[in-house]
Design a binder for this molecule. Sequence first.
Ligand SMILES: [Zn+2]
Ligand SMILES: [Zn+2]
Length: 184
Amino acid sequence: MPTLDFAWFFGSIVILLVVGDFASTFFYHVPQHVWEKLHLREHHDKSRSYWDHSIVSRDPMIVLDGLLGALPYFAIAALLMTFGRAAIAGAIVGLLIGRLHVLYRHTCELGWSSPRWLVRFGASAALVLPEDHQGHHDDPDAEFGDLFRFYDAPARAFIRFARNRLRRQRRLLRIRAFRASRIR
Ligand SMILES: [Zn+2]
Ligand SMILES: [Zn+2]
C-alpha cells in the first residue's frame, strides 16, 4: 500500500537520525570523552583544521574515529533494512543525510555563518547548526549531539557523573595503596 510505504520511508529516516544520534552520542562520543583518547586526539586536535585533516586529507586515524562514531547509525540502518523496500530506502537516505550533516556542521571553519531565520529554526527544532558544533570544538565539554541538541544536557550530566565516579575510584585506590604501604 503506497501510504504505508510512505510511512515506512519517512519513519525510517527519522528513526535512523534520532536513534542513531542517541546511540552514537551515548555509546561512542560520550565514552570517548570520559574514558578513551582516540576521539579527543583526532576530532579535538586544535593544532589542525578539522576540515583540512578530516574531510580533505582522509587521515586514517580520523577515518577510524568517524567510522566508530558512524557504527551505531549503520547498526540501526541494518535493523531497519529488515522491514522491506521502503524502510531500506529510508535508511539509505537517512545515512546520506547523516553524512552530509557531518560536512555541514564543520563549515564554520570555511566561514559559514547561519542566517538569522535558520538560527531561529534550528533552535526551535533542536537541530545542531555549524555554530553549535563549533561550540563543541571550542569547548569539548559542551554541545554534545551530532544532529539534535536535546542530547546535549543528558550527555553533559552523564559525563559529570562518570568523571566524579572515576575521581572517587582513583582516590579510593590511592588510599588503599597508602594503607598497604604503611602495613608493610
Ligand atoms: Zn566536529
Ligand atoms: Zn567530541
